[in-house]
Structures are given as C-alpha cells and as structure tokens.
Design a protein around this ligand. Sequence first.
Ligand code: HEC
Length: 233
Amino acid sequence: MNTWGMVKTFVLGGATLLFFFIIWIYNPFSPHEEYPLPAQAEEIIKDPRSALEGRELFKQYCTSCHSLRYDGIYLSSVAAKPEWSKIEKSQGKPILEKRDGKLHIKGYFVPRDVYEAVAFQELESLKATFGKIPPDLSTYYLARGPGYLYQFILEPDKILPGTSMPKLFMPEFDKEAPQKVAKIVGYMRSVSEPSPEEKAKRTLMGMLTIGYFVIMGFLLWIYRKRLINRMNL
Ligand code: HEC
C-alpha cells in the first residue's frame, strides 16, 4: 500500500470509529444530565424490582390525571366506566407479562384515537381544571431522563415554574416520599426500556449484523485482490 492509501485508510477508519463513538457512547442528541440524581434514588430506579411497586404507586398517585397507555394504564375515571373493560378487550391489544414462568395479561394497549374518544369528557374536564390535558406518560422517561423526572415529581414548581401539576409528595411529613418517587421513576423506566432478555436478543442481532458486514468486507477484499492479479494491474 502506498502512502496515499495508508492516509486514506487511517482517515476513513478514524471517521468510522468517531461516528460509532458519537452515536453509541457520547450521544449529543440524548439528554445529558442537568438534573442530578441522589445515589440512593439512582439505585432504586435501576433496580428492576422497583418497577412492580412503582406501578402500584403510579396507579395510586398519578392516574387521577395521567394515563400511561403503553402499559395499559388509563385515567382512573375512565377505567371505572362500566363499558371500559369491554372496549379494552375488543379494541385493545393484550400486554403480556411473565410471572412465575407463565404469561399473564397485565392490561390492554388501546389505540390513542379510541381511548381519547371514550375519555373525551374526562380529558376535557381535566383541561378545564389545569389549563391543559396532563400528558400521557408512556414516553416521558425517554424524553426527560431520570434526574428530571425525579426532581419534577418531588417539586414540580421548582423544575417547571408556573406548572399546574400539583406537588404530591411531602418529604417533610412522609419519610418514604423520596423512595416512592424513585420507584415511580423506576417503573416509568421499565416501560420505556426493553426487558433484559429483549436487550440480550437485540445485542446479539447487532453483533451478527456487524459480523456479517466484516466477513463480507473481507471476502470482497480478497475478491478484489484476485481480480487485480488476474488483470495484471
Ligand atoms: C392533579 C392532577 C395531577 C396528578 C395527580 C399528577 N399530575 Fe403530573 N401533570 C399534571 C398536569 C396538569 C401536568 C401538565 C403540567 C404543565 O405542562 O405545566 C402534568 C405534567 C406532568 C409531567 C410532564 C412534565 C413536563 O416536563 O412536561 C410529568 C412527567 C408528570 N406530570 C408526572 C406525574 C407523575 C409521575 C404523577 C404521579 C406521581 C403525576 N404527574 C400526578 C397533573 C397531575
């Protein structure tokens, strides 16, 4: 290989490495922590066991205003309607969960248009009270990150001045409040992140795809050499 070829190889190779470093390791498009998270809260959020408890806490504290449709959680006022369970079953898709080695239906994913049609009155009355419809929280973990959510839920007005979301937790009176909030955030994380088995499957697929390209690239390189030799270039 001549000098020019070496320079080209290094520049292109370097650019490729930089590209993958940027999209996988240092991603400037993903939210970078501006909202610090206490170490204890971080531990709870990362613990997969907190998701189950967090789901119950979410139902208890948040469903008077928020839904989380990706996990089959709807406004409590809508879920209490007598026709709702029929609509869920006929229009929704079951959300399965593995418990004790068996699959259970933990809820139904109902398409947004169907849900909003059924919940029209409830959503309108929330809008009348709070000035806007409290958002569905299915994707908020991805959009805002754990630090923001943890701090916002503990003190909404401090993070989003003028917000109409009320402060629901009082650490001054309830010592468990920070843990409860961390469990809720842990639950929101579990909804937006794939399960460990799914993650392992995706990693394997990624490795196989990259392996395929590396092998094909190598074979092409050998083929190219042979062609060049044959043409006596
Ligand atoms: C009494 C009604 C009410 C309850 C209960 C409630 N929220 Fe909210 N929430 C709101 C409203 C209203 C907004 C919209 C606020 C805004 O945009 O200013 C909001 C917004 C949010 C947002 C979005 C903030 C942003 O950055 O845009 C998150 C996240 C959130 N709530 C989480 C929760 C969680 C978690 C709970 C349960 C622990 C909860 N909320 C309970 C009314 C409520």
